[in-house]
Write a protein that binds this ligand. Structure first.
Ligand SMILES: Nc1ncnc2c1ncn2[C@@H]1O[C@H](COP(=O)(O)OP(=O)(O)OP(=O)(O)O)[C@@H](O)[C@H]1O
Length: 858
């Protein structure tokens, strides 16, 4: 049941992600609470006085309303006069003003209706009325500039367009209030009238942009105003629109930036977390242990979705708690989609970028750069808001088209567009009551004209974020296949066209002609190619070339025509210099690296076409520990036991046995941050042995262990090899000598020799090895000539500073050897002896290794 297996693996990795997040709770909290942090900064900014306040006019208190007048000279009074009455815009504005004022005012041409708002044809009519009816009118508004089409004029010139939207008016109020004597009833009309006009204009704009009915109420009637002989004294002020108070300004000016910052911290965290697992080869290690590569990404994607939902809810919750109308006056789902889709899109951008990055340093660097560049973009959009969109969509010339295309692929552009749209509508909604609802998503909030109708609506911007999320997911998936990862393998750019990729047909191995080999190796090749060979591991012509994308001359032939078979119950040791192809061989046998040619059969299953079946039989202890610092040894073993499909009833026993075998029982529950390098290595070895695999690959298993631990692991390997195949790579010759049933030395990717320890010592060993330390480097020539004279068939194997190593063939005449030893002893008593110290030993694997690799070099 492959799907069931994948679901189980996804569950396991989610559990691992949860565990790691809980254990590193400080960074998890920082990540989750980052939006709250930025919104709180916005709150502080909104509460603190603006640094520009001394240069600005005082903010308007939008909470104040125009009180309905109370007659104090005559029986009736007029709350407000306005002119001109022949302007549709002015009339609509004043009706709106009357409607949203609390208490609601009545527009009436009947000047006898107490408290009415009365339209006047012109400013002269208004002045006449005031002069003829002293102390009847509380206030008056004279509109001086009122572009009839308000938001639609002068679109071709953005600067003119800005000014054409300007409404200018004078507010006049009656300063002769006789109640000055009684200040309680004498009310200042100037401030509330000014604020009411602001509110009315803003509501007008918002309703008009959203396409909702501008007027919802108003009207009324009343009794005629009586005359009075008192001469009114009128004072006036002039005001322009708009003028917001500081708290509204904060969201309007910095909202884009701070909401963006809050959503971007998780992006940087994601870049770090995924690149960390890549850098530490954790993903590779898990794949070698049977993990499906796509499950790895699915598990990260689900983890990100959960974090994304949390971040979105926290953003909306904290924003609403701070009383920002951006959140309070916007439909919850619109707010939710804004943040959710943006963070989702940035998650996919992170996965896309990570396909090209192998190290955490690079990932954090790029993440921070995107964060900073994005912040600058947000700030520009915050400050220029709709103005910038107008310029961008004003014309369809090449430069604006190019700018639009570039901006289109940036998720932050769409985010700032949506935030600006919502801001435009909700900025004053506390006073105007206008909300940004689901149905308003389609409205064009940017004064469309014939030329700039293309400005996307809020809905289109949300859809664009979704399209980008899907686009970046596809790109991440595609480049993940074709960009060589740190395992160096990649698929051809057309991989998705290959039936084998989709499992429709099986991959077929490619075989090439073998290079020239010695007879013993040719015998082994013949054995491996024998169709009757029943060995559990049969490798046939396995080769790997790492191609250089830019220069084929720099291609690396890491392994060339490796052919051999390995019997059950044996340890095969792969020796070789650094870079000789050992890890590549293990990578190919575990399906991590795809061979360039050849194939290997593991218990009859091909590593090319049946890797899933192969992985059920194999286990790996890679060169790099596959460990998470936040998890304990027990949790690691539990994870891998489940990954290997060990039955729940047997799991605990298996884990306890594995811990016991590497002597980690006592510290099993401790997080591995407290472990030494050796302890971590022992845990990696325990992980490799769990689940009783038939074949275990040990890639330099004891490199970082002390002598005692190393001996312990050797005993362990000897014990477990009985019914298994062990393939071991090492640089330690005594380890190879002690453990191996067969040794293969790789030299520049080519099999240079093959046989057991004794056979190799006999064939390639020096018989005896003579190590000589000269008194000084000046004595080296003297010692060399001494050796040449006394033992002409000796061979210099190694020379380093004052150290010389000679090999003496096994078949050397015994009398010559005796003479040699005697001369050495005599020399040691002489004063001019060039030798400080010497030792003679029998041939070792070291000699074999040096001889073989040197021979093949020559
Ligand atoms: N991802 C890769 N891309 C390109 N070349 C690579 C890649 N991985 C390995 N090589 C090259 O392939 C050759 C064999 O490398 P490999 O790691 O298999 O050697 P090794 O014997 O395991 O070395 P070591 O003992 O240092 O681990 C080396 O020349 C190495 O530089």
């Amino acid at each position: 049941m492959p799907l069931q297996r994948e679901l189980l693996q996804t569950k396991l990795l989610l559990k691992k992600n949860l565990l790691v997040s809980i254990r590193s709770w400080v960074s998890t909290l920082v990540e989750i609470l980052s939006p709250a942090f930025f919104i709180l900064i916005l709150l502080i900014i909104s509460k603190s006085p603006s640094p520009m306040s001394s240069l600005q006019r005082p903010a308007i208190n939008y909470d104040s309303n125009i009180p309905i007048c109370t007659p104090y000279v005559q029986d009736n009074c007029v709350t407000l006069l306005y002119s001109p009455s022949n302007s549709t815009l002015v009339n609509e504005l004043m009706q709106l003003l009357a409607e949203i004022n609390s208490p609601q005012l009545n527009i009436s041409t009947n000047i006898n209706q107490t408290g009415a708002v009365v339209p006047m044809y012109s400013v002269d009519d208004m002045n006449d009325f005031i002069a003829n009816n002293p102390n009847v009118t509380m206030a008056a508004v004279e509109f001086q500039s009122f572009p009839e089409n308000f938001t639609d004029t002068h679109h071709n010139d953005p600067i003119l367009h800005k000014f054409s939207n300007l409404i200018m008016y004078n507010v006049l109020w009656n300063a002769t209030c006789p109640n000055f004597i009684n200040p309680k009833t004498c009310i200042d009309y100037a401030v509330p009238v000014n604020a009411a006009i602001h509110k009315a204009i803003h509501t007008y704009q918002a309703r008009r942009k959203l396409g909702v009915l501008i007027l919802g109420g108003g009207g009324g009637g009343g009794a005629p105003l009586p005359n009075d002989s008192t001469i009114p004294s009128i004072t006036f002020s002039t005001s322009t629109f708009p003028l917001y108070d500081a708290s509204l300004n904060a969201v309007g000016t910095y909202g884009c930036l701070f909401f963006y910052c809050g959503s971007m911290i998780s992006f940087i965290f994601l870049m770090y977390k995924v690149s960390f697992e890549k850098e530490k080869h954790l993903k590779q290690g898990m794949i070698m242990m049977g993990l499906n590569g796509s499950v790895y990404f699915v598990s990260w994607f689900i983890t990100c979705l959960v974090i994304n939902v949390l971040l979105t809810l926290i953003t909306i919750g904290v924003g609403a708690a701070c009383q920002f109308s951006f959140f309070l006056s916007t439909n919850f789902f619109v707010n939710f989609l804004t943040f959710f889709l943006y963070i989702l899109c940035m998650t996919q951008v992170a996965f896309f970028i990570l396909t090209f990055i192998q190290s955490t340093k690079a990932a954090i660097g790029i993440g921070m750069t995107i964060f900073i560049v994005g912040s600058i973009i947000q700030l520009i959009f915050s400050l220029m808001s709709t103005f910038l969109f107008q310029i961008l969509y004003e014309t369809d010339n090449t430069s604006s088209l190019t700018a639009r295309v570039i901006l289109y692929v940036l998720p932050m552009y769409h985010f700032s567009k949506i935030v600006t749209d919502i801001n435009q509508v909700t900025l004053l909604s506390k006073f105007t009551g206008v909300r940004f609802d689901w149905s308003n998503l389609y409205a064009n909030l940017n004064s469309p004209t014939a030329t700039n109708v293309n400005i996307p609506s809020t809905y289109e911007s949300l859809v664009n974020l979704l399209i980008l999320s899907i686009g970046y997911t596809v790109l991440a998936w595609y480049f993940e296949h074709i960009v060589p990862g740190n395992d160096g393998t990649s698929q051809p750019p057309w991989f998705f066209l290959l039936p084998s990729y989709w499992g429709i047909s099986k991959k077929t191995p490619k075989f090439v002609e073998p290079p020239h080999f010695d007879q013993d190796i040719l015998d082994e090749i013949e054995k491996a190619n024998d169709p009757n060979n029943q060995a559990p591991v049969i490798i046939r012509g396995l080769s790997k070339t790492y191609h250089n994308m830019f220069n084929s001359k720099k291609d690396v032939k890491a392994v060339r025509y490796l052919s051999l078979s390995i019997e059950k119950g044996s340890v095969l040791c792969l020796l070789g210099h650094n870079g000789s192809g050992k890890s590549t061989t293990i990578g190919m046998l575990t399906g991590l690296i795809s061979p360039s040619s050849g194939d290997a059969m593991i218990f009859g299953k091909s590593v090319i076409s049946e890797i899933d079946q192969v992985r059920k039989q194999t286990s790996v202890c890679p060169q790099h520990d596959i460990l998470w610092n936040q998890m304990s040894a027990y949790e690691h073993l539990e994870l891998f036991a489940e990954l290997k499909g060990i039955d729940k009833s047997l799991r605990k026993q298996c884990i306890d046995d594995a811990l016991e075998s590497v002597r980690l029982t006592r510290v099993a529950k401790n997080q591995i941050t407290s472990y030494s390098g050796g302890m971590k290595r022992r845990l990696s070895i325990a992980i490799a042995t769990i689940g009783d695999p038939n074949i275990i690959f040990f890639d330099e298993p004891t490199g970082s262990l002390d002598v005692a631990s190393r001996r312990h692991i050797w005993n362990l390997i000897k014990e477990i090899k009985k019914d298994k195949v062990i393939i071991l790579t090492t640089h330690l010759m005594d380890e190879a000598d002690m453990l191996s049933d067969r040794i293969i030395i790789l030299n520049h990717g080519v099999m240079a020799c093959n046989g057991n320890s004794l056979q190799l010592k006999h064939k390639y060993g020096n018989g005896y090895s003579v190590n000589i330390i000269a008194k000084s480097q000046d004595h080296i020539p003297e010692i060399k000539s001494f050796m040449n004279n006394i033992l002409p068939n000796s061979k210099l194997i190694m020379e380093s500073a004052d150290y010389l190593n000679f090999g003496i063939p096994l078949n050397t005449d015994e009398t010559i050897l005796q003479k040699f030893f005697k001369t050495l002893e005599e020399l040691s008593t002489q004063e001019n002896n060039p030798i400080r110290d010497f030792a003679v030993s029998q041939a070792s694997i070291d000699d074999v290794f040096l001889n073989v690799t040197k021979l093949k070099h020559e």
